[in-house]
Every structure is written in C-alpha cells, then in structure tokens.
Design a protein around this ligand. Structure first.
Ligand code: G3H
Ligand code: 13P
Ligand code: ZN
Length: 347
C-alpha cells in the first residue's frame, strides 16, 4: 500500500497492529483511572534520553503511560523512527523488570484524517484528532471520520472541544475559549470519540499566563496564576458522567528549573505554569489523562545549563545528557507519585 506522509516522502509500508508491538489502547486504562480517581501521564518524547527517562520512571513506579508523538516531534525526529523507538520501549520496560508494561503510543494533536489513518496503520494504539479550531460541525465530521477508521482497528481516539490559549503546535490562539458544557453530549454522541480534551484554562508551553493575568506573591515576587475553571469541568462531568476527560497544557513549569536556567545563562522571564495542587485535584475527577511536555524540556535544559557552568570543558554529549536524563526521570517520578497518582496501577 502506498502512503504519502506529512514530510511528503512516499514509501511502502506494511500495515501493523499495535497489538503485535506489545502496546495497548487507552480504553481499559481510562476506565480504571476514572474509577480509581487518578490520571494517566501523557508524556511527549522527541529523543532517546526522554524516552529512557519516561520508561525508567514508569517501570520503577509501575505506572501506565501514554507516549505522545507531536507534529514537532515528527518533524524533528521522524515518525517512523519514533514508532520503532516506542516498540523498543516495550522491550526495554520488560528488561527493567516491568512484567506487564502498559504503554500507549499516541498521536498528539493529529490535524488530518490522513495523518491519523497513517498512524493507525503503522502501529499507534491511540490517536488524537484535533479539530478544535474548526467550526463545530466540521470538528464533528472530521472526528467521526477518524473514529470510524480507528475503531475498525481497535485504536482509541481523543477529540478536542474548546480552544486552549497559546500555541497548539503550529496553530496559535491568543485567547482561550472554554469548552461549552452544553455541547459535550451532542459531540460525544455524534463522534463516538473515546476521550475528550477540554479547555478550562490550561495552555501549552512555559508561558501559560501573561503577568497581567496573574497576581504576585508579595514574599517571593513570583507570579500566581488564576485558578482553572473547575466549575466548567464539574458541569462537563455532570453531562458526561464517567467519560474520560483530557487536560492538555498541564506542565507546572517548576520554578526551581526556571531559576537554574536563568542563573546559568538562560532567559525565561516570568515563565509560569499550572500549580500542581490544581492538577492533583483534576486527576481525582473524570480527568484521566494529563499532558506534560514543557516540564521535561525545562528539566533537561536546566540540567544541561548547570552542567556546562560546572564543566565548561565537556564536549561529549553523554557527559551532559546523562544528568539531563536523570533530572527528567526525577521529574516524571515526582509527577506520577505526587500529582497523577498513577503509581502501582500497571503491575
Ligand atoms: O502540544 C504541544 C506539545 O508540547 C508538543 O509540542 O509540537 O513543539 O513538539 P511540539
Ligand atoms: P505543556 O506544554 O503544558 O507541557 O503541554 C503539553 C501538551 O499538551 C501536549 O499535547
Ligand atoms: Zn496539547
């Protein structure tokens, strides 16, 4: 079969099911998470060190995990390579002593039917079709088309309603539009999607709020962001009891990383994220998937900048990528244990 992928390369590919790669879809994972009052970590990966840190952290804590591949990751590392890395991650997890790894390979922010189809055919176990920037009826139609194809292969589908502020891959939005609770029943019924990403005030990247949207802690001088719209989340849960809800843009932008970066030649003024207590509260509700990418970037950059300050003569990437990988692993374990509560859920 001949496919054209986004990078406009034509290649011949044999269809493969995620089941043959040892991956799982999100169906059972989400059902358990909603019931158990915890959330599954959805960590983006672009390179080997991130993937090693994620798998080591999840193997140690026995946490199920969703490995996410974004458009940026596909452009940077190549979709084919990332997919084979995820397949390798299942074997690596077993080698680390994780008997039954629960690993999902997920397309993050898929922007077309063709892309979602190519991921389904190539072994992804879950895809997101992000039609959130489209008019409602077009979002419904596109999502329904993706669901029809994905479900034939037992691949689960995440959809999105409402628009996050900030940058959604290459689509940028100045303001967020919270998800309208009155639309969710109709949307889920018509599309038959398996989970729904909603907008309640989170956003992508390390600058989630402008300083004028925040107050300042008089003691530390740090920005204090406005709270998430838990009233919107509650209203959605009421309309869709037990239905899996997803939060994008959920990095907390740890200030210790921002400080290390800024103290070692970086420039991240007023970077601010979602406070972890709020994510913990969300994880106890129907929110069963929490997306974290920026915190991993910050952990890696902080460790590398600090390393170069201490060892300006180092030039072997292994010298600075090792502490970077260790810092990311520490951060992932912290999220699993103290924010998401997913530890011990995949023994
Ligand atoms: O949703 C956004 C993710 O953080 C991925 O971003 O496209 O720069 O990899 P990226
Ligand atoms: P952050 O930028 O907050 O890490 O969000 C990542 C995300 O939503 C990926 O889809
Ligand atoms: Zn996202």
């Amino acid at each position: 079969m001949i496919y054209t992928n986004v990078s406009l390369f034509c290649y011949i590919v044999m269809k493969v099911s995620f089941k043959d790669l040892g991956l799982v879809n999100t169906r059972e994972m989400f059902a358990k998470a909603v019931k158990g009052g915890y959330a599954i970590p959805a960590f983006n990966f672009n390179n080997m060190e991130q993937l090693q840190a994620i798998i080591q952290a999840c193997a140690e804590t026995k946490s199920p995990v969703i490995l996410q591949v974004s458009k940026g990751a596909r452009n940077y590392a190549n979709q084919t390579l990332l997919r084979y890395m995820a397949q390798g991650a299942v074997e690596y997890a077993k080698e680390l002593g994780w008997k039954r790894p629960q690993i999902v390979l997920h397309l993050d922010h898929g922007d077309s039917y063709e892309l979602c189809k190519s991921c389904v055919d190539f072994g992804f176990s879950s895809v997101m079709i992000d039609g959130s920037a489209l008019p409602y009826d077009e979002n419904v139609a596109l999502t329904r088309k993706v669901v029809n194809y994905a479900h034939r292969h037992d691949v689960t589908v995440e959809a999105e309603l409402g628009v996050l502020a900030g940058v959604e891959d290459e689509v940028s939005s100045e303001v967020s539009h919270y998800t309208k609770p009155e639309e969710v029943i109709d949307f889920v019924k018509k599309t038959k999607c398996d989970s729904l990403a909603i907008s309640i005030g989170t956003s992508h990247g390390a600058y989630k709020f402008k300083p004028e949207q925040c107050t300042r802690d008089p003691k530390t001088g740090r920005l204090v962001p406005p709270p998430l719209a838990f009233n919107v989340l509650k209203a959605i849960e009421k309309k869709l009891p037990g239905f899996p809800i997803v939060l994008h843009g959920s990095s907390s932008v740890p200030q210790e990383y921002v400080d290390i970066i800024n103290a070692n030649g970086g420039k991240l003024p007023d970077a601010v994220g979602i406070p972890e207590e709020q994510l913990r509260k969300a994880a106890k509700s129907a929110v069963c998937k929490i997306n974290i990418d920026s915190d991993s970037r910050l952990a890696m950059t902080a460790a590398i900048r600090q390393h170069f300050t201490e060892f300006p003569g180092h030039f072997d990437p292994r010298q600075y990528l090792k502490p970077a990988r260790e810092e990311m692993k520490k951060m992932y374990i912290h999220k699993i244990l103290n924010v998401l509560g997913s530890n011990g859920k995949a023994r």
